[in-house]
Write a protein that binds this ligand. Structure first.
Ligand SMILES: *[C@@H]1O[C@H](CO)[C@@H](O)[C@H](O)[C@H]1NC(C)=O
Ligand SMILES: *[C@@H]1O[C@H](CO)[C@@H](O)[C@H](O)[C@H]1NC(C)=O
Ligand SMILES: *[C@@H]1O[C@H](CO)[C@@H](O)[C@H](O)[C@H]1NC(C)=O
Length: 972
């Protein structure tokens, strides 16, 4: 079949030779292949069209054949995504009856002589990109064409007069093009025409007088053209008309009374013309009317009583005319009415009571002169019709009286607009029952009383407009539940109180107008979270304090905040009194809200385990691993200590200084104070009686220097982990530089490859753990002593952090108390002596004290910073105040201290957490903020914790509240 290509080539360029050349070939295969070759088929929809097939009738997509002649009868390629121009191939399909190419992307003008397709009955070219005028011969020999659609293209030019010769035409649809000129008289010859759609073009002139000859016409649509003149009487002769749309033209005059003969007509749409006269009495004869749209004309006079005959009427729109008089009672017979729009007329009289009896969905009465109360109409409404009403707009009338309680029964209402009337009384709380309401507009009335808090029940509300009334009271906090709110105007009322913080939850808010009220207090800082804001007008109130800082508020129009004498901030050009550098909100809840890795993995709603429990479990897991690690370490340490024991034995047990100078292992002693008189103390290393304690890094012994000074010597048992001598000395020297009243000073060190000693200042009073948990209940620490310990420890830690040293191992047994009760933080920075800052070692070996360990130790992705000390400090604070261990093991329960305090705080009985030995002997105004501070320090997210310098500031503020009452108010 290769030769076919040659033939195709020929056909395309020499169409006149087609017939002589192809007596043996199927014309339809040729035609379709040529058609396909001319167009683009990006989706490959026509891939089944194979030129090697003998016939297209079997499995070519979109092709249907007449079974008797085996010739193509239908070609339906709707919505195939095809583009390109129609080629001559189609003309080969001599037996084609239906050609439908709708909803593709064909372009170009139609130059084909469709008249050659003498069997064509249906031609649908709608929804494409065709341009140009209608091919002249399409209508001149339109043979048997029944239906033509060219809608939604870009055809232009006049409708050809020759149209008249298509006597078989039943349907013509050329809507949505750019046809111009007048309606051709030839149209009137189409006596078989049932449907004529010329809408959305640019046709002008008058509707032809002889239109009545289209006796079969069922639907005529001339909408949105430029037609002028009157509707001809003849229209009344098109007795089968069911649908008439003449809207959006410039038709004028009275409606011809012949139209009353159109008793089959369902839809009469005459909107947006310039028809005049009264709405005719005879309209009642058009018994089948379901839709009557006379809106936007110049109809005048009263609404006819004859509407009562329109029993099928569903949609009645007479808005935007010049109708007057009252709404006829007779309309109560329109039992099927769903939508009634008579807005923007001059209607007067009372609000008809039948309105709420018919089961209407939409009642649009806006902008008339209706007066009196609507309470009766509401009260006499029928139960089943109440639920049907979706839209009620009675705005801009003269309605008086109160808003009826019964409004709450119209529970399907989506729009309730009663603005610009003379309503009095208060807004009924029952309005909260309107669960579907999206727009509530009661503005510009004389309403008083306060805004009912039930407004917060209307969670679908998008727009709430209550401005220009005499409303009093507060803005209800419940407004924060109206999560869909976009626009909120309460301007020009008498509203008092402060702006509720809950407003900041309404993240869709674009427009907020509270201007001209009597609002006081500060603007909630959280308002800065309102990302969609376009307008926030609080001018002319008595607001005070600082404007929220944030995107919208940084660029707020000054006029939106003007006339509030005590507001401060850049927008009002008034600077605010300075507060602490970084505001810390002591909100225990913030610890949970933090978007950290640990809580998130456990889903928000279902709180399977508390966060603290997770941490405790995390810690426990680390400790289980830790036991193994310690076991391994212990093995190594044992060999190390046995070697050092040898060294010590070798040193003779008397002259340590001598051994340091003569020892073959080149021991090196360095005293930072420059006093190396260490001679008398060496025995201490071997004397178990002088052991002060043991920690993660080794045992501590007390000894006395030559000058009588006591020192504590720490023998590092993790010696195998210690770095090279060079590294060891560098780190230790750094620690030696730290001097602070609340830190245990490092006086010197001794180094051999197998033995390392750290020489510390001796602190006499024992450690805090013993003071808190091991003393008898008679000799407990007083509140003032405890506060002093907390503050001192905070100062010590703050100093360490200033020196860029992280403690890593804060716990009560590492806080020593000196003779005068002053706390000194011990054991700081030793983790730096490990070969690397391994969080595994830190969390298991060193940070073995359960409960003090910051959650980031258990979380590989979070960097460990000095904020881990802040966490440990927070636990320490709670421990000191409550006298309880960070984790207490009860009979069958584990109590996590921070959890317990947080829970008590939420229940409002945090004072009960204070050490029972202090009950009645502590100032609550100090103890409670101190506990809150402790909780903040234990935030799960390191960045949420304050730094130690801030902690010191806050503690000082808590101790001396009189000096800075205001600032403190912000925190506690
Ligand atoms: C039609 O073509 C235009 C431009 O060539 C393109 O933007 C559009 O997406 C096409 N439409 C379809 C339905 O293929
Ligand atoms: C004319 O065609 C358009 C586009 O396909 C369609 O929306 C409209 O309903 C058609 N008119 C009639 C009367 O069928
Ligand atoms: C903390 O959260 C609880 C429960 O979510 C709430 O009842 C309590 O009022 C909150 N406390 C503060 C200070 O926000």
């Amino acid at each position: 079949m290769r030769s076919l290509f040659v033939i195709l080539f020929f056909i395309c360029f020499c169409p006149f030779f087609v017939n002589p050349l192809s007596p043996s070939l199927n014309d339809d295969v040729l035609g379709l292949i040529v058609f396909k070759a001319d167009i683009q088929d990006p989706d490959g929809k026509l891939s089944s069209w194979n030129e090697e097939d003998d016939s297209p009738c079997n499995n070519w997509v979109g092709v249907k054949c007449n079974p008797r002649s085996n010739r193509v009868s239908d070609l339906v390629l709707d919505n195939f995504g095809l583009s390109g121009k129609l080629g001559r191939g189609l003309l080969q399909l001599q037996f084609l009856r239906k050609l439908s190419l709708a909803k593709n992307n064909f372009t170009g003008s139609i130059s084909l002589s469709f008249a050659q397709l003498s069997n064509l009955r249906v031609l649908d070219l709608s929804d494409n990109g065709f341009v140009g005028s209608i091919p002249s011969d399409l209508f001149s020999q339109c043979g048997s064409l029944r239906s033509i659609s060219m809608a939604k293209n870009k055809f232009s030019g006049p409708i050809p007069e020759k149209l008249g010769s298509c006597s078989t035409l039943v349907s013509l649809n050329i809507s949505s093009n750019q046809f111009s000129g007048s309606l051709p008289l030839g149209l009137l010859s189409l006596s078989g025409l049932r449907s004529l759609d010329l809408s959305d073009n640019m046709l002008e002139g008058e509707i032809p007088k002889g239109i009545g000859s289209l006796k079969n016409l069922r639907a005529i649509n001339l909408r949105n053209n430029k037609l002028t003149g009157e509707v001809p009487d003849g229209i009344g002769d098109c007795l089968l008309l069911r649908s008439i749309d003449l809207s959006r033209n410039s038709l004028s005059g009275w409606l011809p009374s012949t139209m009353q003969k159109l008793s089959l007509c369902n839809d009469l749409v005459l909107a947006k013309n310039i028809f005049t006269g009264e709405v005719p009495e005879w309209i009642g004869e058009m018994r089948s009317l379901e839709t009557l749209d006379l809106s936007e004309n110049k109809f005048s006079g009263q609404i006819s009583d004859s509407f009562d005959k329109l029993q099928s009427l569903k949609f009645l729109n007479v808005s935007m005319n010049a109708l007057n008089g009252s709404l006829p009672e007779a309309m109560s017979n329109c039992a099927n009415l769903l939508c009634f729009d008579c807005s923007h007329n001059y209607l007067t009289g009372g609000f008809p009571s039948w309105v709420f009896k018919l089961g209407l969905q939409q009642v649009l009465f806006s902008d008339n002169g209706l007066s009196g109360s609507i309470e009766n109409a509401f009260a006499s409404s029928k139960e089943n019709s109440r639920k049907k009403l979706l839209i009620l707009d009675v705005s801009q009338n003269k309605i008086s009286g109160e808003i009826p309680f019964a409004v709450g029964d119209f529970e399907s209402l989506q729009l309730l607009n009663m603005a610009r009337n003379s309503l009095t009384g208060s807004i009924p709380a029952k309005i909260g029952q309107l669960k579907s309401l999206s727009i509530l507009d009661l503005s510009e009335n004389r309403l008083n009383g306060s805004i009912p808090s039930e407004i917060g029940l209307i969670t679908s509300l998008n727009e709430l407009k209550l401005e220009k009334n005499s409303l009093e009271g507060n803005i209800p906090v419940s407004i924060g539940n109206c999560a869909a709110l976009i626009s909120l105007s309460l301007a020009h009322n008498e509203i008092i109180g402060s702006i509720p913080t809950s407003l900041a939850k309404l993240s869709y808010l674009q427009i907020v107008d509270f201007s001209f009220n009597k609002l006081t207090g500060a603007l909630p800082k959280q308002l800065a979270n309102l990302v969609s804001l376009q307008l926030f007008n609080v001018s002319h109130n008595q607001l005070q304090g600082e404007l929220p800082a944030g995107a919208f508020f940084n660029t707020i129009d000054p006029s939106s905040v003007s006339a509030n004498p005590s507001l401060c901030g850049a927008a009002v050009n008034r600077s605010c009194p300075t507060v602490l550098p970084k505001p810390i909100v002591l909100n225990p809840n913030s610890t949970d809200a933090a978007p950290d890795t640990i809580p998130q993995s456990f889903g928000r709603g279902k709180k399977i385990l508390s966060i603290s429990a997770l941490i405790a479990i995390g810690a426990a897991a680390a400790i289980v691993v830790g036991v193994i690690a310690i076991t391994v370490l212990n093995l190594r340490v044992r060999t190390a200590t046995s070697r050092s024991a040898v060294a010590l034995t070798f040193s003779g047990g008397d002259e340590f200084s001598r051994s340091s100078s003569t020892d073959g292992e080149s021991g090196k002693l360095v005293m930072f104070s420059g006093d190396p008189d260490f001679s008398t103390g060496t025995h201490a290393l071997l004397n178990k009686d002088c052991e002060l304690g043991r920690g993660g890094f080794g045992a501590v012994y007390r000894t006395v220097l030559g000058d009588g000074r006591s020192v504590a010597i720490k023998k590092l048992t993790v010696s195998s982990l210690v770095k090279s001598q060079e590294d060891f000395e560098r780190e230790v020297k750094k620690l030696g530089k730290v001097r602070h009243a609340n830190l245990v000073g490092l006086d010197g060190y001794y180094w051999t490859p197998s033995l390392q000693l750290l020489i510390y200042e001796f602190v006499s009073g024992g450690n805090l753990y013993k003071h808190l948990h091991e003393k008898s209940s008679e000799t407990y620490l007083s509140w003032n002593e405890r506060f002093g310990i907390i503050l001192g420890a905070a100062r010590g830690l703050a100093h360490l952090h200033k020196m860029n040293i992280v403690h890593y191992n804060l716990k009560s047994s590492n806080i020593l108390i000196d003779g005068s009760g002053e706390p000194k933080v011990a054991d700081y920075g030793l983790a730096r002596l490990l070969p690397m800052l391994d969080r595994y070692v830190l969390s298991s070996k060193i940070q073995s004290a359960l409960g003090y360990m910051a959650p980031e130790f258990a979380c590989k992705t979070v960097k460990i910073t000095e904020k881990c000390d802040v966490y440990g400090f927070g636990i320490l604070v709670l421990e000191v105040v409550t006298g309880k261990r960070p984790v207490e093991y009860m009979e069958d329960d584990v109590v996590v201290l921070s959890d317990m305090v947080r829970g008590s705080l939420e229940e409002g009985k945090v004072e009960e957490c204070v050490d029972s030995r202090l009950q009645g002997k502590f100032p609550a105004e100090e103890a409670i903020p101190v506990m809150k501070l402790g909780l903040v320090c234990t935030s799960q997210v390191p960045s949420n914790r304050p730094d130690m310098a801030e902690v010191v500031n806050i503690l000082e503020l808590i101790r001396c509240p009189s000096e800075s009452q205001d600032e403190l108010g912000d925190f506690v």
